[in-house]
Design a binder for this molecule. Structure first.
Ligand SMILES: Cc1cc2nc3c(=O)[nH]c(=O)nc-3n(C[C@H](O)[C@H](O)[C@H](O)COP(=O)(O)OP(=O)(O)OC[C@H]3O[C@@H](n4cnc5c(N)ncnc54)[C@H](O)[C@@H]3O)c2cc1C
Length: 387
Protein backbone atom coordinates (compact mmCIF):
# COMPACT_ATOMS: atom_id res chain seq x y z
CA UNK A 1 0.00 0.00 0.00
CA UNK A 2 1.13 3.57 -0.73
CA UNK A 3 2.67 5.45 2.13
CA UNK A 4 0.75 8.23 3.80
CA UNK A 5 3.16 11.01 4.71
CA UNK A 6 2.66 13.54 7.48
CA UNK A 7 4.87 16.62 7.43
CA UNK A 8 5.34 17.88 11.00
CA UNK A 9 5.48 15.93 14.23
CA UNK A 10 3.63 18.37 16.45
CA UNK A 11 0.44 17.41 18.30
CA UNK A 12 -1.55 17.59 15.07
CA UNK A 13 0.91 15.66 12.93
CA UNK A 14 1.15 12.87 15.51
CA UNK A 15 -2.62 12.53 15.86
CA UNK A 16 -3.06 12.58 12.08
CA UNK A 17 -0.40 9.88 11.70
CA UNK A 18 -2.20 7.63 14.18
CA UNK A 19 -5.46 8.30 12.42
CA UNK A 20 -4.08 7.35 9.02
CA UNK A 21 -2.41 4.28 10.52
CA UNK A 22 -5.75 3.19 11.93
CA UNK A 23 -7.02 3.30 8.35
CA UNK A 24 -4.42 0.68 7.42
CA UNK A 25 -1.94 3.00 5.74
CA UNK A 26 1.79 2.74 6.07
CA UNK A 27 2.61 6.07 7.67
CA UNK A 28 5.77 8.17 7.73
CA UNK A 29 6.16 11.34 9.83
CA UNK A 30 8.72 13.81 8.61
CA UNK A 31 9.90 16.06 11.45
CA UNK A 32 12.79 18.43 11.16
CA UNK A 33 13.52 18.71 14.89
CA UNK A 34 14.94 15.83 16.92
CA UNK A 35 11.83 15.45 19.10
CA UNK A 36 8.08 15.34 18.60
CA UNK A 37 5.99 18.23 19.97
CA UNK A 38 9.08 20.38 20.29
CA UNK A 39 7.70 23.57 18.76
CA UNK A 40 4.33 25.31 19.21
CA UNK A 41 2.85 22.21 20.83
CA UNK A 42 5.39 22.68 23.64
CA UNK A 43 5.80 26.44 23.76
CA UNK A 44 2.36 27.81 24.50
CA UNK A 45 0.21 28.66 27.51
CA UNK A 46 -0.73 25.02 28.10
CA UNK A 47 -4.37 25.95 28.54
CA UNK A 48 -7.00 23.36 27.79
CA UNK A 49 -9.57 25.85 26.57
CA UNK A 50 -13.11 25.59 27.87
CA UNK A 51 -14.43 28.62 25.98
CA UNK A 52 -13.92 31.40 28.57
CA UNK A 53 -11.28 33.04 26.44
CA UNK A 54 -13.56 33.72 23.50
CA UNK A 55 -16.42 36.08 24.37
CA UNK A 56 -15.90 37.70 20.97
CA UNK A 57 -16.06 34.46 19.01
CA UNK A 58 -19.10 32.47 19.95
CA UNK A 59 -18.41 29.54 17.62
CA UNK A 60 -14.89 29.01 19.00
CA UNK A 61 -16.27 29.27 22.54
CA UNK A 62 -18.98 26.68 21.89
CA UNK A 63 -16.55 24.28 20.23
CA UNK A 64 -14.09 24.68 23.12
CA UNK A 65 -16.82 23.94 25.64
CA UNK A 66 -17.76 20.81 23.69
CA UNK A 67 -14.19 19.57 23.26
CA UNK A 68 -12.93 20.33 26.78
CA UNK A 69 -14.40 17.30 28.60
CA UNK A 70 -13.28 14.94 25.85
CA UNK A 71 -9.74 16.22 25.82
CA UNK A 72 -9.59 16.12 29.62
CA UNK A 73 -10.66 12.47 29.57
CA UNK A 74 -8.80 11.18 26.52
CA UNK A 75 -5.51 12.78 27.53
CA UNK A 76 -6.10 12.63 31.27
CA UNK A 77 -2.54 11.51 32.03
CA UNK A 78 -1.26 14.73 30.53
CA UNK A 79 -3.94 17.02 31.96
CA UNK A 80 -3.43 18.90 35.23
CA UNK A 81 -6.53 20.01 37.09
CA UNK A 82 -5.35 20.46 40.69
CA UNK A 83 -5.36 24.24 40.70
CA UNK A 84 -7.98 26.95 41.12
CA UNK A 85 -8.77 28.97 38.05
CA UNK A 86 -10.04 32.52 38.22
CA UNK A 87 -11.14 34.87 35.45
CA UNK A 88 -11.44 38.55 36.33
CA UNK A 89 -12.93 41.33 34.24
CA UNK A 90 -10.92 44.57 34.25
CA UNK A 91 -12.89 47.63 35.32
CA UNK A 92 -11.36 49.77 32.58
CA UNK A 93 -10.56 49.07 28.93
CA UNK A 94 -12.28 45.69 28.84
CA UNK A 95 -14.20 44.73 25.72
CA UNK A 96 -16.67 42.80 27.84
CA UNK A 97 -18.22 43.66 31.20
CA UNK A 98 -18.70 41.27 34.10
CA UNK A 99 -22.42 40.75 33.47
CA UNK A 100 -21.87 40.02 29.78
CA UNK A 101 -19.05 37.60 30.59
CA UNK A 102 -21.16 35.72 33.11
CA UNK A 103 -24.09 35.43 30.69
CA UNK A 104 -21.80 34.36 27.88
CA UNK A 105 -20.30 31.53 29.98
CA UNK A 106 -23.76 30.34 30.94
CA UNK A 107 -24.79 30.36 27.31
CA UNK A 108 -21.90 28.18 26.19
CA UNK A 109 -22.39 25.85 29.15
CA UNK A 110 -19.02 26.54 30.79
CA UNK A 111 -19.20 26.39 34.62
CA UNK A 112 -18.87 29.77 36.31
CA UNK A 113 -19.54 31.17 39.77
CA UNK A 114 -18.61 34.26 41.69
CA UNK A 115 -15.16 33.70 43.23
CA UNK A 116 -14.80 33.22 46.96
CA UNK A 117 -13.50 36.08 49.03
CA UNK A 118 -10.04 34.51 49.40
CA UNK A 119 -9.56 34.90 45.64
CA UNK A 120 -11.26 38.27 45.36
CA UNK A 121 -9.01 39.67 48.11
CA UNK A 122 -5.95 39.05 45.91
CA UNK A 123 -7.06 41.81 43.56
CA UNK A 124 -6.38 45.50 44.12
CA UNK A 125 -9.65 47.16 45.12
CA UNK A 126 -11.36 48.76 42.14
CA UNK A 127 -9.10 47.20 39.50
CA UNK A 128 -11.65 44.62 38.36
CA UNK A 129 -15.44 44.58 38.26
CA UNK A 130 -16.03 40.83 38.48
CA UNK A 131 -14.04 37.82 39.69
CA UNK A 132 -15.19 34.33 38.79
CA UNK A 133 -14.14 30.79 39.59
CA UNK A 134 -14.19 28.61 36.49
CA UNK A 135 -13.18 25.15 35.31
CA UNK A 136 -10.09 25.29 33.17
CA UNK A 137 -7.16 22.84 33.06
CA UNK A 138 -3.58 22.79 31.81
CA UNK A 139 -1.78 20.20 29.72
CA UNK A 140 1.72 18.84 30.10
CA UNK A 141 3.19 18.82 26.59
CA UNK A 142 6.04 16.50 27.59
CA UNK A 143 3.60 13.89 28.83
CA UNK A 144 1.55 14.32 25.67
CA UNK A 145 4.72 13.78 23.66
CA UNK A 146 5.61 10.63 25.59
CA UNK A 147 2.11 9.18 25.20
CA UNK A 148 2.00 9.90 21.49
CA UNK A 149 5.50 8.58 20.86
CA UNK A 150 4.69 5.32 22.66
CA UNK A 151 1.55 4.95 20.64
CA UNK A 152 3.18 5.78 17.32
CA UNK A 153 5.91 3.21 17.98
CA UNK A 154 3.37 0.60 18.99
CA UNK A 155 1.37 1.16 15.83
CA UNK A 156 4.49 0.97 13.66
CA UNK A 157 4.50 4.55 12.39
CA UNK A 158 7.88 5.47 10.94
CA UNK A 159 9.29 8.76 12.24
CA UNK A 160 12.10 10.50 10.40
CA UNK A 161 13.62 13.06 12.75
CA UNK A 162 15.97 15.83 11.59
CA UNK A 163 14.35 15.59 8.18
CA UNK A 164 12.88 18.65 6.55
CA UNK A 165 10.32 18.67 3.76
CA UNK A 166 11.26 21.25 1.15
CA UNK A 167 8.41 21.02 -1.35
CA UNK A 168 5.67 18.77 -2.67
CA UNK A 169 4.70 17.95 -6.21
CA UNK A 170 2.43 15.54 -8.04
CA UNK A 171 4.22 13.00 -10.21
CA UNK A 172 3.02 12.13 -13.71
CA UNK A 173 1.64 8.88 -12.32
CA UNK A 174 -0.51 10.89 -9.91
CA UNK A 175 1.51 10.12 -6.77
CA UNK A 176 2.70 12.81 -4.38
CA UNK A 177 6.40 13.35 -3.89
CA UNK A 178 7.84 15.15 -0.86
CA UNK A 179 11.27 16.51 -1.71
CA UNK A 180 13.57 16.61 1.31
CA UNK A 181 16.06 19.30 2.13
CA UNK A 182 19.56 18.06 1.40
CA UNK A 183 18.37 15.56 -1.22
CA UNK A 184 16.09 12.58 -1.56
CA UNK A 185 12.31 12.32 -1.51
CA UNK A 186 9.49 10.29 -0.03
CA UNK A 187 6.58 9.34 -2.23
CA UNK A 188 3.05 8.43 -1.28
CA UNK A 189 -0.59 8.61 -2.23
CA UNK A 190 -1.56 10.84 0.69
CA UNK A 191 0.38 13.75 2.17
CA UNK A 192 -0.76 15.91 5.07
CA UNK A 193 1.09 19.10 5.92
CA UNK A 194 0.79 19.88 9.64
CA UNK A 195 3.71 22.28 9.79
CA UNK A 196 1.87 25.12 11.63
CA UNK A 197 3.97 28.31 11.28
CA UNK A 198 5.96 26.78 8.39
CA UNK A 199 2.93 25.91 6.24
CA UNK A 200 3.27 28.84 3.87
CA UNK A 201 7.01 28.30 3.42
CA UNK A 202 6.22 24.78 2.25
CA UNK A 203 3.33 25.87 0.03
CA UNK A 204 5.29 28.67 -1.61
CA UNK A 205 8.27 26.41 -2.28
CA UNK A 206 5.82 23.99 -3.92
CA UNK A 207 4.44 26.71 -6.18
CA UNK A 208 1.09 26.58 -4.35
CA UNK A 209 -0.94 29.55 -3.08
CA UNK A 210 -0.18 30.54 0.51
CA UNK A 211 -2.80 30.58 3.26
CA UNK A 212 -4.08 33.85 4.75
CA UNK A 213 -1.99 33.82 7.91
CA UNK A 214 -0.52 36.22 10.39
CA UNK A 215 2.55 35.35 12.47
CA UNK A 216 3.69 36.74 15.81
CA UNK A 217 7.02 36.32 17.56
CA UNK A 218 5.89 35.53 21.11
CA UNK A 219 7.45 35.26 24.52
CA UNK A 220 6.05 32.88 27.11
CA UNK A 221 7.68 33.93 30.38
CA UNK A 222 8.09 31.23 33.03
CA UNK A 223 7.69 32.27 36.63
CA UNK A 224 7.61 30.81 40.11
CA UNK A 225 4.75 32.13 42.18
CA UNK A 226 4.57 32.09 45.95
CA UNK A 227 1.41 30.72 47.63
CA UNK A 228 -1.48 31.21 47.13
CA UNK A 229 -0.75 32.13 43.49
CA UNK A 230 1.32 28.95 43.06
CA UNK A 231 -1.88 26.92 43.29
CA UNK A 232 -3.84 29.08 40.89
CA UNK A 233 -4.31 30.19 37.31
CA UNK A 234 -5.54 33.74 36.70
CA UNK A 235 -6.71 35.46 33.55
CA UNK A 236 -7.78 39.09 33.37
CA UNK A 237 -10.10 39.83 30.44
CA UNK A 238 -10.80 41.15 27.81
CA UNK A 239 -8.24 43.44 26.30
CA UNK A 240 -4.62 44.46 27.02
CA UNK A 241 -4.32 42.32 30.16
CA UNK A 242 -2.52 39.21 31.32
CA UNK A 243 -2.76 35.54 32.18
CA UNK A 244 -0.78 33.15 34.32
CA UNK A 245 -1.32 29.39 34.08
CA UNK A 246 0.42 26.33 35.47
CA UNK A 247 3.04 25.21 32.94
CA UNK A 248 3.32 21.56 33.95
CA UNK A 249 6.20 20.49 31.71
CA UNK A 250 8.52 22.89 33.58
CA UNK A 251 6.75 22.78 36.95
CA UNK A 252 6.36 26.51 36.73
CA UNK A 253 3.72 29.02 35.66
CA UNK A 254 3.55 30.72 32.31
CA UNK A 255 3.08 34.46 32.30
CA UNK A 256 1.74 36.20 29.23
CA UNK A 257 0.41 39.65 28.50
CA UNK A 258 -1.67 40.71 25.51
CA UNK A 259 0.48 43.83 25.06
CA UNK A 260 3.97 42.44 25.73
CA UNK A 261 3.89 38.76 24.72
CA UNK A 262 3.85 39.51 20.97
CA UNK A 263 7.26 40.95 20.12
CA UNK A 264 6.53 41.61 16.47
CA UNK A 265 4.13 40.36 13.85
CA UNK A 266 3.61 40.23 10.12
CA UNK A 267 0.86 39.53 7.64
CA UNK A 268 2.28 36.64 5.68
CA UNK A 269 0.26 37.49 2.59
CA UNK A 270 1.74 41.01 2.41
CA UNK A 271 5.30 40.49 3.61
CA UNK A 272 6.14 36.80 3.43
CA UNK A 273 9.01 35.68 5.63
CA UNK A 274 10.28 32.34 6.91
CA UNK A 275 9.06 32.15 10.55
CA UNK A 276 11.99 29.96 11.59
CA UNK A 277 14.45 32.57 10.39
CA UNK A 278 12.51 35.42 11.93
CA UNK A 279 12.49 33.60 15.27
CA UNK A 280 16.18 32.75 15.03
CA UNK A 281 17.08 36.37 14.25
CA UNK A 282 14.75 37.88 16.86
CA UNK A 283 16.29 39.60 19.84
CA UNK A 284 14.64 37.41 22.46
CA UNK A 285 14.75 40.23 24.94
CA UNK A 286 12.39 39.49 27.77
CA UNK A 287 9.44 41.79 28.42
CA UNK A 288 8.61 39.97 31.66
CA UNK A 289 9.41 43.00 33.87
CA UNK A 290 6.90 45.10 31.88
CA UNK A 291 4.30 42.31 32.04
CA UNK A 292 4.75 42.02 35.79
CA UNK A 293 4.70 45.76 36.43
CA UNK A 294 1.36 46.03 34.69
CA UNK A 295 -0.12 42.94 36.34
CA UNK A 296 0.91 44.06 39.84
CA UNK A 297 -1.59 46.92 39.43
CA UNK A 298 -4.23 44.19 39.60
CA UNK A 299 -2.60 41.61 41.88
CA UNK A 300 -0.05 43.10 44.27
CA UNK A 301 1.08 39.63 45.45
CA UNK A 302 2.75 39.12 42.07
CA UNK A 303 5.61 41.18 43.55
CA UNK A 304 6.79 37.94 45.14
CA UNK A 305 6.91 36.02 41.84
CA UNK A 306 10.26 35.22 40.26
CA UNK A 307 10.98 35.15 36.54
CA UNK A 308 12.97 31.96 35.88
CA UNK A 309 13.29 32.10 32.09
CA UNK A 310 11.37 32.57 28.88
CA UNK A 311 10.41 30.51 25.87
CA UNK A 312 10.01 32.07 22.44
CA UNK A 313 7.92 30.73 19.60
CA UNK A 314 6.04 31.84 16.51
CA UNK A 315 2.29 31.99 16.97
CA UNK A 316 0.25 31.67 13.80
CA UNK A 317 -3.34 32.77 13.40
CA UNK A 318 -5.66 33.08 10.45
CA UNK A 319 -6.06 36.65 9.24
CA UNK A 320 -9.84 36.34 9.44
CA UNK A 321 -9.56 36.07 13.26
CA UNK A 322 -7.31 39.03 13.93
CA UNK A 323 -10.07 41.04 15.56
CA UNK A 324 -12.36 38.46 17.11
CA UNK A 325 -9.63 36.14 18.48
CA UNK A 326 -11.49 33.09 17.12
CA UNK A 327 -9.53 29.88 16.60
CA UNK A 328 -11.30 27.82 13.93
CA UNK A 329 -9.56 24.86 12.37
CA UNK A 330 -8.02 25.14 8.96
CA UNK A 331 -8.44 22.04 6.89
CA UNK A 332 -8.10 21.85 3.12
CA UNK A 333 -8.28 18.63 1.21
CA UNK A 334 -6.80 18.14 -2.29
CA UNK A 335 -5.18 21.51 -1.77
CA UNK A 336 -5.02 23.63 -4.90
CA UNK A 337 -6.01 20.65 -7.02
CA UNK A 338 -3.23 18.35 -5.75
CA UNK A 339 -5.12 15.12 -5.23
CA UNK A 340 -4.33 13.54 -1.87
CA UNK A 341 -2.61 16.62 -0.44
CA UNK A 342 -4.20 17.91 2.78
CA UNK A 343 -3.30 21.00 4.78
CA UNK A 344 -4.14 21.20 8.47
CA UNK A 345 -3.83 23.79 11.21
CA UNK A 346 -5.56 23.28 14.53
CA UNK A 347 -5.29 26.76 16.08
CA UNK A 348 -5.40 25.28 19.56
CA UNK A 349 -4.85 21.84 21.01
CA UNK A 350 -8.43 20.82 21.76
CA UNK A 351 -9.46 21.51 18.14
CA UNK A 352 -8.15 18.05 17.33
CA UNK A 353 -11.70 16.75 17.53
CA UNK A 354 -12.92 19.23 14.93
CA UNK A 355 -10.08 18.25 12.62
CA UNK A 356 -10.88 14.57 13.07
CA UNK A 357 -14.54 15.24 12.42
CA UNK A 358 -13.59 16.96 9.17
CA UNK A 359 -11.31 14.08 8.23
CA UNK A 360 -13.99 11.54 9.02
CA UNK A 361 -15.79 12.31 5.79
CA UNK A 362 -12.73 11.87 3.60
CA UNK A 363 -12.37 9.01 1.21
CA UNK A 364 -9.42 7.43 -0.50
CA UNK A 365 -11.01 6.39 -3.74
CA UNK A 366 -14.10 4.43 -2.81
CA UNK A 367 -12.78 3.65 0.67
CA UNK A 368 -12.97 5.78 3.83
CA UNK A 369 -9.53 7.22 4.54
CA UNK A 370 -9.56 5.98 8.13
CA UNK A 371 -12.08 5.18 10.89
CA UNK A 372 -14.76 7.74 10.92
CA UNK A 373 -13.87 10.78 12.73
CA UNK A 374 -13.74 12.39 16.05
CA UNK A 375 -14.63 9.46 18.31
CA UNK A 376 -11.74 7.46 17.07
CA UNK A 377 -9.19 9.26 19.23
CA UNK A 378 -11.26 8.59 22.31
CA UNK A 379 -11.28 4.90 21.48
CA UNK A 380 -7.54 4.98 20.94
CA UNK A 381 -6.59 6.69 24.18
CA UNK A 382 -9.35 5.99 26.67
CA UNK A 383 -8.70 3.06 28.90
CA UNK A 384 -5.12 3.08 27.71
CA UNK A 385 -3.50 3.35 31.11
CA UNK A 386 0.00 3.01 29.79
CA UNK A 387 -0.58 6.52 28.32
C1 LIG B 1 2.56 31.54 22.45
C2 LIG B 1 1.50 30.52 22.14
C3 LIG B 1 0.50 30.27 23.08
C4 LIG B 1 -0.48 29.31 22.81
N1 LIG B 1 -1.35 28.96 23.78
C5 LIG B 1 -2.19 27.92 23.61
C6 LIG B 1 -2.96 27.42 24.68
O1 LIG B 1 -2.86 27.89 25.83
N2 LIG B 1 -3.82 26.39 24.42
C7 LIG B 1 -3.92 25.82 23.18
O2 LIG B 1 -4.71 24.88 23.01
N3 LIG B 1 -3.18 26.27 22.14
C8 LIG B 1 -2.30 27.28 22.34
N4 LIG B 1 -1.50 27.70 21.31
C9 LIG B 1 -1.69 27.10 19.97
C10 LIG B 1 -1.10 25.70 19.93
O3 LIG B 1 0.20 25.72 20.45
C11 LIG B 1 -1.09 25.23 18.49
O4 LIG B 1 -2.39 25.28 17.96
C12 LIG B 1 -0.64 23.78 18.35
O5 LIG B 1 0.50 23.53 19.09
C13 LIG B 1 -0.34 23.50 16.89
O6 LIG B 1 0.12 22.19 16.78
P1 LIG B 1 0.80 21.74 15.45
O7 LIG B 1 1.11 20.32 15.56
O8 LIG B 1 -0.03 22.20 14.30
O9 LIG B 1 2.13 22.67 15.39
P2 LIG B 1 3.61 22.41 15.96
O10 LIG B 1 3.59 21.84 17.32
O11 LIG B 1 4.39 23.67 15.74
O12 LIG B 1 4.14 21.28 15.01
C14 LIG B 1 4.56 21.53 13.68
C15 LIG B 1 5.78 20.67 13.46
O13 LIG B 1 6.15 20.73 12.11
C16 LIG B 1 7.56 20.69 12.01
N5 LIG B 1 7.91 21.24 10.70
C17 LIG B 1 7.68 22.47 10.23
N6 LIG B 1 8.09 22.59 8.97
C18 LIG B 1 8.58 21.39 8.62
C19 LIG B 1 9.15 20.88 7.43
N7 LIG B 1 9.28 21.63 6.34
N8 LIG B 1 9.58 19.59 7.42
C20 LIG B 1 9.46 18.79 8.53
N9 LIG B 1 8.93 19.24 9.68
C21 LIG B 1 8.48 20.52 9.72
C22 LIG B 1 8.00 21.55 13.19
O14 LIG B 1 9.34 21.27 13.56
C23 LIG B 1 6.99 21.15 14.25
O15 LIG B 1 7.46 20.10 15.07
C24 LIG B 1 -0.50 28.65 21.55
C25 LIG B 1 0.51 28.91 20.61
C26 LIG B 1 1.51 29.79 20.91
C27 LIG B 1 2.64 29.96 19.94
Amino acid sequence: MDAAIVIGGGFYGCCLALYLRAGGHRVVIIEREDVLLGRASLVNQARVHHGYHYPRSFVTAVRSAANFPRFALDFRHAVISDFSKVYAIARENSKVNAGQFYQFCRKIGAPIEEAQKKYASLFEAGSVEGIFSVKEFAFDAVRLREALLRRLRKEGVEIRFRTSAERIFQTREGNLSVVLEGGGSVDGGIVFAAAYAQLNVLLRASGLPPLPMKHEVTEVALVRHAPPLSGMGITVMDGPFFSTMPFPSRQAHSFTHVRYTPQGNWDDTQTPADPTRVLRDSQRKTACPQMMRDAIRFIPALRNSVHIGSLYEIKTVLLQNEDNDGRPILFRNDYSGLRGFGVVMGGKIDNIYDILAALGGLRDGAKALAPSGENWISRLFRGNDEQ
